[in-house]
Design a protein around this ligand. Sequence first.
Ligand SMILES: [Mg+2]
Length: 254
Amino acid sequence: MTVKAILLDLDGVLYIGDQPLPDAAWAVRRLCESGFKLAGVTNTTTQSRHTITEKLAEMDIPLAEDQIHTPAALAMARIGNKSARLFVRGELREDFSGVREDENQPDFVVMGDIGGEGYPPETLREIFLHMMNGTQLLALHKNRFWQKPDGLHLDLGVFVAAIEYATGRKAEILGKPSADFFHGICRSIGTDPAQTLMVGDDVESDIGGAKDAGLKTALVQTGKYREDFVKQTGIRANLVIPSIADLPDAIKLL
Ligand SMILES: [Mg+2]
């Protein structure tokens, strides 16, 4: 079945930090001209959709705000009119406007990236105590580590796992690799998962998650890609390409 839509992970695929990857803008434009439906799919919870869109525009990458999908939108839908305690960076709060916040007895705790080197022990204890009181944990993603310009850093998943271990209860994971997340995006852009290609640098979240959700997959060897780690997971993508610049040609092989 031919691919009609392409979901692009952003960080590590189109750019690293504030640096666009070589020919990323060119490749996205070519895919767009070839008639593929495109969407940006990111677990980044440090920036609002608006900021992400501005950054892409500066890099000349043609993806509009309504083409960017983040876990925050899914969290908003899950919380509805219930209350929540939000652990997200100031900037992401604009994606949570209208949420009823409660510091004492929230229905949900939302764990996102909070900056620095992650969650301090006193914050983890606060979340732990809420959970022991019956609060439900929503994690915007559960990535193990991420790539910054100075190397690999612990990611949100490490802290989510600590809470799960302490409480014996599972968090609800809203971003990649959740199948609900991938299916929701396919629905919103009007494409069948089997005719959709997910492109990413994270073999577990991007590739493993999309495969489990029934999508086709392309792993790029940029960003957090590490050959050893990929082998260790045993997860195989339909395509493995040096970078996004190779996708316009490689996609013909699918
Ligand atoms: Mg990535």
